[in-house]
Design a protein around this ligand. Sequence first.
Ligand code: AMP
Length: 402
Amino acid sequence: MEGINSIRDIAVEGKRVFVRVDFNVPLDPNGHVADNTRIVAALPTIRYLLEHGAKVVLASHLGRPKGQRNPKYSLRPVAEALATLLNQPVLFLEDCIGSEVEDSISEMAENSVVLLENLRFHAEEEANDENFSKALAKLADVYVNDAFGTAHRAHASTAGMVPYVSEKAVGFLIEKELEFLEGKVNHPERPFCVVLGGAKVSDKIGVIESVLDKADRVLIGGAMAYTFALAQGRSVGNSRVEPDYIELAKSLLEKAKAKNVDLQLPIDTVVTNKVDFDGRTLGELKIAEGVIEDGWEGVDIGPKTAEKYADFIRNSKTVLWNGPVGIFEIEASAQGSYKIAHAMAACEGTTIVGGGDCVKAIHQSGCADEITFLSTGGGASLQLLEGKPLPGLEALKTRTSL
Ligand code: AMP
């Protein structure tokens, strides 16, 4: 959090505090909030601001209305759900900019909350338009970002408006993301073990390169393992591979060696002769050790690999997992990911799950409560793990680091 304020650093009493939250929640067919996890996650920041006398102005996007006002994507149902959770009224405003919105906010009492209508009803939000940014900034004495999932996007509400507000900070949700994805990952207690899976090597190059500078051990799974296997001259049958990345995989293997990082590849693989992803079924299943025959494709790490990886995980002081190690959406090929999840749950060190599909896999495994930290961002957590700047966080820096 170098150069970034926490909300604890700012006196908010009596001030209009604009909080960019992530209320992009699923709605049911009757237009009610179907899952309030994201609203609940924002409560600590909102409650803190209310307890400290702020006038809280909440703003979010919901869905993809593509710059058009569309009642299907209205945040009104979220205002109702939030009011119930906070046990106090939440005033819903029909727009997010303009004189009527400004007037309503200027009349706010301390300790009160308004929720603005969907930011993405204006195309200018995603276009990071300067005038729109200024119109949003007019609503704020203090700017707070607590929407980690969009922190990697330079939109008006995440980046554009920030320079026009004098005081700025991150909320508790982002603070926690930074504590784990930056703090614990960059200064890990050792041994530090990283589990990397997912569909493509190409998506994870930045993360692999970055963790080779930090980890003691990297355990590879998922489809990306087959591109590494090709790089080692092994046959992988019909498994999903990226032939254009074989050379890169070779260089990553060499880099790991040069940096003394123990990079492990699967020693066995669950293979099938048919994947019906939509029907959630697989054909015949068998375990391949070494070679995967033509006509068969890898769908999960094998039991020996799972056991070996689980041992490494249990004996680490810090574990970071990004990307499922098999097609976890199908129960028969989710077992490797479940084994990783259970080993992380059993590990006494700090365990971190880096967002996206992996978080779904952890929930499916029933181990979510035993993990130290589950990231809420997919793209944002990848970008942070790659060590790349996030526009939403850069905008908040009040001083440059030395
Ligand atoms: P990512 O978004 O890169 O973390 O990738 C997640 C996706 O990788 C999931 O949809 C998994 O089904 C997929 N995946 C993991 N292992 C495999 C595999 N062996 N073959 C095909 N897809 C896989």
